[in-house]
Design a binder for this molecule. Structure first.
Ligand SMILES: [Zn+2]
Ligand SMILES: [Zn+2]
Length: 167
């Protein structure tokens, strides 16, 4: 993973271009989630989420509107959408508050810059999806402490110190 501050144009936004944002550093980790909830919410086979501290997502233009939706865990999720075209640009899970965002990688101008670091919930992946051999894949979820790079774990610890609810 790249060093902090190394930020090759991680800008993105919605389809109508009312919402524009920038990730001010590389994310902590990138999930490719194959669960049925993500499949339904995207209408696709999986979602790509870049996990990053909320204060590293800089609004360049516009504003988002939050929509609360249920989740499998029962804790709920707030999806941030463009108020005009309703494209979802990121979400956060209610248990953690808005300290960590799950940015939809497909909303980046150059989404190929953030390939997945792990495939999760592969137990429900569509049968035609073939996973690469060199990226970790788990049937359900995993422990960040076992797979995240040290720098991301340090950033996560700093985040937890600021927000005890994150635990
Ligand atoms: Zn829009
Ligand atoms: Zn999912």
């Amino acid at each position: 993973m790249s060093a902090p501050g190394d930020n090759p144009s991680l800008q993105g936004g919605c389809t109508c271009r009312y919402v524009r944002y920038r990730l001010v550093s590389q994310p902590l980790f990138v999930h490719c989630c194959h669960c049925y909830w993500c499949q339904r919410e995207t209408g696709s086979a999986f979602v790509l989420n870049a996990l990053i501290e909320a204060d590293r997502v800089q609004m360049l233009e516009g504003a988002v509107a939050g929509v609360d939706i249920p989740t499998q865990s029962g804790k709920g999720q707030k999806v941030s959408r463009c108020p005009k075209c309703a494209i979802a640009v990121w979400s956060n899970y209610s248990g953690a508050g808005d300290v960590m965002r799950f940015v939809r990688v497909g909303t980046l101008d150059e989404p190929w810059r953030l390939p997945p670091n792990i495939h999760i919930f592969t137990a429900s992946k569509q049968p035609w999806v073939t996973l690469p051999a060199d990226v970790p894949a788990v049937a359900e979820y995993y422990r960040a402490s076992e797979l995240w790079p040290a720098e991301s774990l340090e950033r996560r610890a700093a985040l937890m110190a600021k927000s005890p609810r994150q635990r």
